[in-house]
Design a protein around this ligand. Structure first.
Ligand SMILES: Cc1ncc(COP(=O)(O)O)c(C=O)c1O
Length: 434
């Protein structure tokens, strides 16, 4: 018999995502329409533009060889410079107004690496992190692996409820406040709710962070993964733009959604004192993200191909968003008690069923949905399970990124059929011919 293999405490705190099982089902069953997977639209992936960028980079005798060599841990300097300038431009300010330069930017392996590295740099077991309820469930897994305690603040159509955040901060005792390190917010077209943090709440959040950072600094981890996927409404200024001395906000953005996840490139803009600790940790992880991807990306950005692509992509997703919303309206009449938030961007629609309908893995709806051939993310997966309240289990996240328009219509029809089966909602028309 083999002798036992001892795993580290961190490894033992690191679990499979609950969603993995369902994703596996989708892979194994090609007839299943997955409205669960948070993948991007495959048709619009910019293969031609990337081929041209690769050709241009590799045919240049100096650049081609440089791109195939190791890069630096922090990432390609002209790319960092450009990203900081583009961020300031999106916020309508000069980088100097925020005391930002390329030095404050780190190129990472997707924004997931930022979430992990920032957590690793700031958090010890027993420290406290505040997230939205609901919020991005993959990050919950990271937090659990770090052994931290979490509080969750309710989110609505305007993002995190900052009055509830203020009430939570008032409730924390001195010892707890001393352990509070981080507030995590997905502030544009949130995953899973699709909602965007409103302007007054942005101001309020930053005011709270400053007010409660008397004895030590509480940082905001601003995850703006979906900022560029905006279909309606004005662009709001980043939380970073409310941080003129670059003290309180770590901003992360990714090229996975607006360009292609295959690049595995994201970046962080970080307060000065955090940069070197993050770089030392990143050095231990990978001493630099794909140099080749970074050179391609720089070419795509400077040639204008990236901006043209994002413009086209917005049209693709706007249409898909409209298709899924129209299908929901058609198949879930108003008196069925099913409601959803209308997203102005991103990839997700957050659907609320009546409280007695359990959308979770033990509930009848998910089983019926799988039998009908459609998959969604149970809402309960998007809540941290140590929230003081009972975790709601009557919601679902639908992703309209990957399915075709026809599959979105059919997927919602199947979901409605499953819902009809478990609730016998009388008004519902579920004929397959519609
Ligand atoms: C809110 C949010 N943050 C971060 C990520 C991580 O993405 P990536 O590592 O590809 O940048 C995702 C991916 O779905 C996400 O939805």
């Amino acid at each position: 018999m083999r002798s036992p293999l001892y795993l580290s405490q961190k490894s033992r705190r690191t679990h499979d995502q609950p969603i993995s099982y369902f994703m596996q089902q989708a892979v194994e069953n090609p007839n299943l329409i997955s409205l669960a997977a948070g993948l991007v639209d495959a048709e619009s992936l910019p293969a031609e533009e990337v081929a041209q960028a690769a050709e241009a980079v590799l045919r240049d005798p100096v650049r081609g060889k440089t791109a195939l060599q190791y890069g630096t841990t922090q990432g390609l300097a002209p790319l960092r410079d450009l990203l900081v300038r583009r961020l300031a431009e999106a916020d309508g300010i000069e980088p100097t107004a925020l005391r930002l330069s390329a030095d404050d930017c780190i190129i990472t392996t997707g924004s997931q690496q930022v979430l992990y590295l920032v957590s690793e740099a700031l958090l010890d077991p027993g420290d406290i992190v505040i997230t939205g309820a609901p919020s991005y469930f993959v990050y919950h897994g990271t937090l659990k692996s770090m052994g931290v305690r979490t509080y969750a603040v309710p989110c609505d159509a305007d993002g995190m409820d900052t009055h509830a955040l203020a009430a939570l901060l008032r409730r924390l005792n001195r010892r707890e406040l001393a352990r509070l390190r981080l507030i995590y917010v997905v502030d544009y077209f949130d995953n899973p709710t699709g909602s965007t943090l409103s302007l007054p709440r942005r101001e309020h959040l930053m005011e709270l962070v400053r007010r409660y950072s008397q004895e030590h600094r509480i940082l905001v981890l601003e995850d703006s993964a979906y900022r560029e996927l905006r279909y309606d409404g004005p662009d709001l200024p980043s939380l970073k733009s409310f941080d003129p001395d670059n003290e309180f906000v770590v901003l992360t953005q990714t090229f996975s959604k607006p360009l292609a996840p295959g690049f595995r490139i994201g970046y962080a803009v970080v307060p000065g004192e955090l940069r070197d600790p993050l770089l030392r940790l990143k050095g231990n992880h990978d001493f630099g993200s794909s140099n080749f991807s970074q050179h391609l990306l720089l070419h795509l950005l400077t040639s204008g191909a990236y901006d043209r692509h994002v413009e086209r992509l917005r049209d693709v997703y706007r249409r898909k968003r409209d298709v899924i919303l129209a299908a929901l309206k058609e198949h879930f009449p108003a008196d069925c008690g099913v409601t959803w938030l209308r997203p102005n961007g991103g990839l997700y629609v957050w659907v609320s069923f009546p409280h007695e309908v359990d959308t979770g893995p033990q509930g009848r709806l998910l089983q019926a949905a799988l039998e009908a051939g459609v998959l969604y993310v149970p809402g309960a997966f998007c809540y941290l399970d140590d929230l003081a309240e009972r975790v709601p289990s009557h919601e679902a996240r639908l992703c309209y990124g990957v399915a075709s328009e026809a599959a979105l219509r059919e997927g919602v029809r199947r979901l409605a059929s499953a819902y009809h089966q478990v609730t016998a909602c009388p008004e519902l028309t579920v004929s397959a011919s519609r």
